[in-house]
Every structure is written in C-alpha cells, then in structure tokens.
Design a protein around this ligand. Structure first.
Ligand code: DGY
Length: 320
C-alpha cells in the first residue's frame, strides 16, 4: 500500500528524519532555508503532513492550496504565531507543536544571554580575538554582577520558571508578570507584579519569556524602558516583535540600558541594523532550543503525535 506523503520544509535531526521515513514517503525542500508560504503551497502538493519550523509561515492560502490532501501541520516549535490556526481549524487540519520538551534548553540560552550581556562577553571575545589585549587590568571590561539583583521575568510559563530556577542559583531575586498569578508552589518565592509597568520598575535584568502573539507586541517600548532602573539589562528569548528596536537601541546608546542579550528579532534574520554597531549587545541567531537532545525530543514529539492521530487519539501537543 502506498504510504502517505510528508513534506519536510526543513532538515531535521537524523533520528527524527529516520522516524518520519518509517511511516511516510518523504519529500524534502530543495534547500534548508526559510520557505515562503507560496513556496510551501507549491512544493508540498499532495502531502498529508507538512513539517515546518518557526521560520515558515503557513497561511490560509497555503492551507487552501494544499487541501484536501493536507491533514496535519507539524511545527518544530512551541510557538505557533507563524500558522493561521483559524484557517487550519476551518479546514479540519490538525496542528501539532512541541511544548515543554524545549524549556530547559531555552532556559540555558536565557542564562547565556544574561551572562554574556552582564559580563560583556562580545567585547571580551573581540578584544582577545583581535589581538588587542594587553594583559590583566583592574578596570578592564567591568560588567554588572548578578548576585542580589532582581530578575524580572515577563511570562512565567515553563520556560520562565526554568530560567528562574537557574537564576536563583546565581543569587538573583525573582520577580515576574504573567497573565495570571501562579500558585504559591510554582512561584517558589518569586514576587508577582500585576502589570508589565510594575515589573519593569523592579527589574535590574528584564527577561522576556512570554509566548509570541499580538497582545505583547512592542511591550518593550520607550515608555516602559524609561521605567527600568538605570543600568538595567534586557534579554529576549521569546519573540522579536515584543521589542521596539528603535527604543531599545536608543536606550543602549544612552547607557540607560547597560546591555542586552537577544536571541530573537522582529523580521529575523534581517535584524535592525542599529544592533550591529553596538558593543553592548550580545546577538544570537534564534537558538533557544538548539541542542541535539532537544531537537531530537521536539521531532519525536511530533512523530508520536502523528502516531496518536493515526490511532484516532488526541495527542497532548495537538493545538487544533
Ligand atoms: C519555539 O519553539 O517557538 C522557538 O522559538 C523555536 O522555534
């Protein structure tokens, strides 16, 4: 019997691709780069399942072009702001995502961004690499310590709580704002703030961990940046659209914001050019979940979800 067709818009880890190949006739994209919605609509014709990532937009037009064969959109991401869920729902197309399994890896990147921003890692690397280091100096590249500082987490879901757990070990006091206040055992001593404004005013380090979506677009704007204590650090491992880049770049230039660590960008990979000229920004290419272990686990979660759907079950990672 002919196997159903799966279209892979990206390359996935060898273990994941091998698992997909067991049950599907696999069609791969020509190149491993972000595909446009139109390209997917053209290349994935006849596919029952399309595997995408956060870099591919799946629009209502893509879904309409791939109907009626398309049954499942499997995205290697916890975020789903790149998929038109209403259109999927209306066409009876299931959407599978990869929540939870990436929380620890993303929290590690959160700490990487915090540490690299606070301790001026970009400048340090450039100095040594460029052969401009003239030896130890008592005032060379003074950064900001973390002990006793307040870490303000915007979005205290799984990833936010994993960041909090790691930051506590660095001696930081945890503050957070979330849509709803967490139960006491989940707060683990963290201080809740009822508004982003209150959180910003209490954040020596502000860390964005909330899922994407229009509600938090540009939540980091000039007005709220002004509420941050002077010399604060801003870190983003969520979605680039949450930051007004012009406002953050101005605050980094004036020194009101001491440094930033950014793993995600509005319009990525075409980042705001202003960041490139700033020494006090640590830049990273959306690699929050990029460990071998995590990318395997994310892919296998999708494969398991497909198996569950084939058995007529509803997998826990099915959004619609
Ligand atoms: C996610 O899972 O949404 C991350 O941004 C990586 O895609």
């Amino acid at each position: 019997m002919a196997r159903p067709r799966a279209f892979l818009a990206r390359r996935f880890t060898p273990a994941v691709e091998a698992a997909i190949e067991q049950n599907y006739e696999v069609v791969r994209a020509g190149q491993d780069r972000g595909m446009s919605a139109e390209e997917i609509a053209g290349a994935a014709r006849g596919a029952e399942v399309i595997f995408v990532s956060t870099a591919e937009r799946v629009t209502a037009a893509t879904i309409a072009a791939l109907a009626p064969a398309l049954r499942v959109i499997a995205t290697l991401s916890a975020g789903h702001d790149h998929i038109d869920l209403d259109a999927a729902r209306a066409s009876g197309v299931a959407v599978l995502t990869t929540p939870d399994v990436l929380s620890e890896a993303c929290a590690e990147i959160g700490m990487m961004l915090i540490l690299n921003a606070a301790r001026r890692a970009h400048e340090a690397d450039l100095l040594v690499r460029g052969d401009n280091w003239h030896g130890f100096a008592p005032t060379l590249l003074l950064g900001r310590g973390l002990v006793g500082k307040r870490l303000g987490i915007l979005g205290m879901g799984r990833i936010g709580r994993e960041v909090a757990a790691r930051a506590r070990a660095f001696g930081m006091a945890i503050h957070y704002h979330n849509r709803s206040r967490l139960a006491e055992e989940r707060e683990a001593g963290a201080t809740h703030h009822a508004s982003p404004e209150a959180l910003f005013a209490h954040s020596d380090v502000l860390c964005l961990c909330a899922p994407g979506g229009t509600a938090l677009e540009r939540v980091v704007d000039a007005r709220r940046i002004a509420l941050l204590p002077a010399g604060a650090i801003v870190v983003n491992l969520a979605r680039g659209e949450m930051i007004d880049d012009d406002a953050l770049i101005a605050a980094l230039g004036s020194g009101h914001v001491f440094a930033a660590g950014l793993d995600v960008f509005a319009g990525e990979p075409a980042i705001h050019p202003g960041y490139r000229g700033l020494a006090n920004v640590f830049l990273s290419p959306h690699i929050g979940s990029a460990t071998i272990e995590t990318r395997d686990a994310m892919g296998m979660l999708l494969v398991d979800g497909l198996d569950a759907l084939a058995r007529g079950e509803t997998p826990s990672n099915q959004l619609c």
